[in-house]
Design a protein around this ligand. Sequence first.
Ligand code: ZN
Length: 272
Amino acid sequence: MTDLSRLCIHTETVKPLTIEEVARKYRIHGIPAVSVWRHTLNDRDPVKVGDMLRGNGLNIASLVRGGFFPSTEAGKRKKSIEENKKAIEEASALGAPLLVQVCGADPGQVLNESVNQIYEALVELVPFAEQYQIKLGIEPLHPMYSDTRSAINTLKQANDLVEQLDPGWLGVVIDVYHTWWDPSLKEEIFRCGRMNKIFAFHICDWKVPTENMLLDRGLMGEGCIPIRQIWNWIILAGFDGPVEVEIFSEKYWAMDQDNYIELIKESFVRNV
Ligand code: ZN
């Protein structure tokens, strides 16, 4: 990729910045789009934050994140549905077309039971999302997170869920960090494309060695993920949305964030 027109950067990638700083710095650095993590809204009015971001020339790709449905306790499952309804309302107020779903898992029960609970939760949630015209994107997570973060660990599982439920507002978020290892990735990307269900595409890199399971993601080109190859499959599958840089890294959060944004731009142009 030779230009930055499809670049989007998650607020969590530049975690030390407030949402106001994100708006100003992205404008100065020529970043055209943002995905907003819910905690950056804090007590702010999402309508005003949305206006502020758009006023700085930014497209809002998504609100991150809902989900975390399974629990051995029925009360907690009910609470998570309520929390997700709140997140859908927030996405609507912000003007974000998509709510990313990290589906969750409870280590107190087998994964299949968590998958069943995710299915039941989505059956309840999708009509609510439809009312607000907010898309829900299931993001499969790497199996190392299947203890507490997601019982949906492959793109095939996410595609299967979408196919079973089959509503227009439910689709898939494909993140290279979580899916690059999967031998059926290519065919499942094309399957997802045929269903017209690729809702978003996230990138970063898998460092070798990875020193922290959660907070040591690399810049593009810094690890072993064939990002450009996967991106080509995504394009061939018909996706025409932004490429979202989502990096959790204590190392990069400790840097000057202006210098870091420049590094993101360089590595994006070179490796995507
Ligand atoms: Zn992601």
